[in-house]
Design a protein around this ligand. Structure first.
Ligand SMILES: Nc1ncnc2c1ncn2[C@@H]1O[C@H](COP(=O)(O)OP(=O)(O)OP(=O)(O)O)[C@@H](O)[C@H]1O
Length: 240
């Protein structure tokens, strides 16, 4: 017997974002659209990239704004819509990981899963995800025994365990060396193709931009740099 998984209503939908946020002296005012695929948010330190991701995830309430995935509205300040974080089904991966230290890799990945699934189904799916990110060998080991790259792979496996509708990556590979970043980028690219949902990836690394970007949005001092919504063209040549 085959089981068909129902497509979420948002499959193929773009994320539309428009935000106005005041944080102390800093003012952010940006609007953009992120279709399925990888959108890079690029800009100098303090330009507002992490603030944008936090508002999309629902961790920060903007002063004004609207966030919607297709026709599914997550935030609309004029209509007083503000869907809580856990109902947006957003996967968020940071540079500083938050793996649970007392759990094995399988336990960490299962944590993000649909609680209605049978335990053995969850564990089987978790093992598949760990294999997908090349860390099947960590199945029963705890985070204190992982290398930095391995820990980030387990964090990615956990983020994807919830079948996210949007994936947000905030400089997840910044602490990694060039080769490791390249290999993790390949895994992220493959996941973006498989999932077919919008990924928004914040990075300072031009190498990551080249390896990942379907499009790039440049932000400077809380504003989008004009004309920065074009499909990505490598303007830096081959240096990093
Ligand atoms: N809680 C806060 N209160 C006041 N200002 C804040 C707060 N959090 C962030 N800011 C300010 O908002 C601005 C944008 O910060 P944000 O972290 O979004 O930038 P970023 O582009 O992600 O920077 P980086 O690349 O260094 O991580 C900065 O000027 C920062 O000092």
């Amino acid at each position: 017997m085959t089981h068909s998984v129902p497509e979420p209503a948002s499959a193929g939908a773009s994320l539309t974002v428009s935000l106005a946020i005041q944080r102390g002296a800093f003012h952010l005012d940006v609007a953009f659209e992120a279709p399925p695929g990888i959108t890079i948010l690029f800009g100098p330190s303090g330009s507002g990239k992490s603030t944008v991701l936090a508002a999309i995830a629902g961790l920060l309430r903007p002063d004004r704004g609207r966030v919607a995935l297709g026709t599914d509205v997550w935030l609309d300040s004029t209509q007083r819509i503000d869907r809580p974080v856990h109902l947006r089904r957003v996967a968020f991966v940071f540079q500083s990981l938050a793996l649970f230290p007392h759990m094995s890799a399988v336990g960490n990945v299962v944590y993000g899963m649909d609680r209605t699934l049978a335990r053995e189904v969850q564990r089987t799916k978790a093992r598949e995800l760990l294999a997908r990110f090349h860390v099947a060998h960590l199945e029963n080991r705890r985070p204190s025994t992982y290398s930095g790259g391995e820990a980030q792979r387990v964090a990615l496996a956990r983020a994807f365990a919830m079948a996210p509708r949007v994936v947000l990556l905030d400089e997840p590979f910044s602490a990694m060396d060039r080769d490791l970043r390249e290999s993790l980028c390949a895994d992220v690219r493959a996941s973006a193709s498989e999932l077919g949902v919008p990924f928004i990836h914040v990075t300072h690394h031009r190498q990551e931009v080249r390896l990942l970007a379907d499009r790039v949005i440049y932000i400077d001092n809380g504003r989008r740099v004009a004309g920065s919504d074009e499909p990505y063209v490598d303007m830096w040549g081959s240096g990093s």
